[in-house]
Design a protein around this ligand. Structure first.
Ligand SMILES: C[S@@+](CC[C@H](N)C(=O)[O-])C[C@H]1O[C@@H](n2cnc3c(N)ncnc32)[C@H](O)[C@@H]1O
Length: 266
């Protein structure tokens, strides 16, 4: 019960923060740099892993898509991306971007906190049976979201249940490499932050517990970010001005896991 209350209050903090930040989200260069790295990492992982469906046929679910920066980068490579975010403000901005003539046509925006893999808001397996079972995905991505999630195991179990057999998760976030990882966020941007990045070994254990196989959580790239020299230096808006802050490198991990096919007992 206490944890349900904590989850709810964190969700409300997240929604309030990201609804407020949505309109200016795409004006932050760091968002685009991080998403470009995430996209390159995901495409490389897809190309290097066992042959399965061609990349161009993949049904993708992105959880915590924000304004769709990563979805836009991935869209030309895959069949379709269902892009969900719990904050309606983020999805409203994504819808405005998708209304432009040159926007990709294979992104489906959804304001949703996925807790149920059979949620009626998700696309059906068969368009002719709109009330039938919901689509199961070949790939789930989630970028810079895990550090906002209080109960990782529950969300990982939901992701597992949203995957088709043989489907994969490729989740990217900054790494908890020690106490200095706390500096990733300015003091005024800590609202809704549950952890200072992803601790690789603990995440592997959580993914195994949620049912994933072939689990691997490894650093894939480093991003340079201007951070506060002392807590609160950047003030209310959390953005460093001229002469403020110091540059610091942050490693990012790819959390990889597969929903393995169930083999019938002989
Ligand atoms: C730091 S932002 C990252 C947005 C986007 N991935 C990007 O990199 O631009 C985190 C996003 O995750 C969303 N979020 C957090 N927890 C979520 C959940 N359980 N389900 C869906 N979205 C969630 C927030 O609303 C927010 O838009």
């Amino acid at each position: 019960m206490a944890s349900a209350v904590a989850n709810l209050s964190n969700r409300q903090a997240n929604d309030t923060r990201f609804n407020k930040e949505a309109a200016a989200w795409d004006s932050r260069p760091g968002i685009h740099i991080a998403s470009k790295h995430a996209c390159e990492t995901i495409l490389a992982q897809l190309s290097n892993s066992k042959p399965g469906k061609p990349i161009s046929e993949l049904e993708v679910l992105e959880i915590g898509c924000g304004t769709g920066v990563l979805s836009f980068l991935l869209a030309p490579h895959v069949k379709r991306i269902v892009a969900v975010d719990a904050a309606e403000g983020m999805i409203d901005v994504l819808k405005q971007k998708l209304a432009k003539p040159d926007a990709p046509k294979n992104i489906v925006p959804l304001a949703l906190l996925i807790e149920n893999p059979e949620d009626p808001a998700l696309p059906p397996v068969d368009e002719k049976k709109p009330d039938g079972p919901r689509l199961k995905f070949d790939l789930i991505t989630s970028h810079l979201v895990l550090h906002h999630i209080p109960d990782l195991i529950t969300v990982l179990q939901t992701m597992h249940a949203c995957l088709a057999s043989g489907g994969r998760v490729m989740l990217t976030d900054f790494e908890d490499f020690g106490p200095e990882a706390h500096r990733f966020h300015a003091k005024s941007r800590m609202e809704g932050v549950c952890r200072d990045g992803i601790a690789a070994r603990a995440m592997e254990a959580s993914m195994l517990q949620a049912g994933f196989g072939e689990v691997e959580v490894v650093p894939k790239w480093t991003m340079c970010k201007t951070v506060e020299r002392f807590e609160g230096e950047f003030g209310e808006n959390g953005m460093g001005g001229e002469g403020q802050g110091v540059k610091m490198d942050f490693p990012f991990v790819l959390c990889y896991g597969v929903k393995e096919a169930k083999h019938a007992l002989p």
